[in-house]
Design a protein around this ligand. Structure first.
Ligand code: AHG
Ligand code: MN
Ligand code: MN
Ligand code: MN
Length: 324
């Protein structure tokens, strides 16, 4: 079976980018090990701190963030990092060509129930002539040179793209290497499965309310087919299911918090997942337009997300057009 780095070399990926990806996979293997130790390593539970998002940090949010941050800032190829768990960007003493934005641990409410969690990463090129400041990161998703996630489930998987195919690697715990287990992930165009946190229904805007309501009508309703629903409460697990067998994943606008109406973050959740979904043949939008066109205004910006099987995303976008 092929190992990660040779598969990247076979695509003529530059050695500097390979080295950044290598650093991420080293950190991911360490995070995977700590997660699998669970209660034995004393890493479950919460800290007393809050992050910039106003969320109580889990111990593993902090551990995963420290590992990724420390290793990436030591890399000669990384210029700066941005993380869900850091208030501002962190610049490296090295002047590498790449910027890395990451969600060190996605789905952290699943940690204490031994549910699936992940790490999401997005790699950008440092803009020419800009040496410092958050503005370096304010690039649309389409500018990403690589994106991926690691899913720490029953097995640990790395799913990534450098702009070509979306490849899936599985961590072989016996040799400690990510081995290629799927050459090219492809999302079926049609689906009968959707993912949304239904408990927020009363807070949804009209388009999503109308769309989900029609899905729930099943065969007798306007869609003429029965839909199944799944929700893991970790974007990595939910999008991995979509990448594996199709589906529509959404975390729509939500009127609970008027000052922060969206939940998912553009830079290190929506954009990298959008690149993967598109490269696997799916679509990724905010309900109205392509996610990867949005230029962030700040690093922790949030966005409405509708992504997955292409034809189903189109249907959902039609509801957005009809209920502006
Ligand atoms: P994080 O754990 O990195 O803060 O992200 C959590 C996100 C995302 O993974 C998931 O889709 C969503 O929050 C779950 O939200 P609910 O708690 O509303 O289900
Ligand atoms: Mn969080
Ligand atoms: Mn997350
Ligand atoms: Mn997180």
């Amino acid at each position: 079976m092929k190992r990660l780095l040779p598969t990247l070399r076979a695509d003529q990926t530059s050695e500097s980018l390979i080295s950044v990806i290598n650093t991420i996979q080293i950190a991911a293997k360490e995070i995977s090990f700590r997660l699998h130790q669970g209660a034995l390593a004393g890493v479950l539970g919460s800290t007393l701190d809050e992050n910039i998002q106003g969320e109580t940090q889990k111990k593993l949010d902090v551990v995963a963030n420290q590992l990724l941050k420390t290793l990436l800032l030591e890399s000669p190829n990384v210029h700066a990092v941005a993380s869900e768990e850091e208030d501002s960007i962190v610049e490296s003493p090295n002047s590498g060509h790449y910027l890395v934005a990451f969600d060190p641990l996605d789905g952290s409410s699943n940690i204490d129930i031994n549910g699936g969690v992940g790490t999401i990463f997005s790699i950008l090129r440092k803009p020419e002539g800009e040496e410092t400041g958050e503005s370096m990161f304010l690039q649309p998703g389409k500018a990403q040179v690589a994106a991926g996630y690691v899913l720490y489930g029953p097995s640990t998987m790395l799913v990534m793209t450098t702009g070509k195919a979306v490849r899936i690697y599985t961590l072989d715990q016996t040799v400690g290497e990510f081995l290629l287990t799927k050459e090219k992930a492809e999302i079926p165009k049609d689906t009968k499965e959707f993912a949304i946190n239904m408990s927020n229904r009363r807070h949804w805007a009209d388009p999503i309310r109308a769309y989900i309501s029609d899905l729930l009508e099943g065969e007798e309703g306007p869609r003429g087919k029965n839909f199944n629903m799944r929700w893991n409460a970790a974007m990595v697990s939910d999008v991995h299911r979509v990448i594996s067998r199709g589906g529509l994943f959404t975390y729509p606008w939500d009127s609970r918090k008027p000052e922060k109406p969206f939940k998912l973050r553009l830079l290190y959740e929506a954009s990298p997942m959008a690149m993967l979904v598109e490269k696997a043949g799916g679509k990724a939008t905010d309900g109205y337009s392509r996610l990867m066109e949005i230029v962030p205004e700040h690093i922790h910006q949030r966005v409405s997300v509708v992504m997955g099987s292409a034809n189903e995303v189109d249907v959902c976008m039609d509801y957005h057009k009809q209920h502006p």
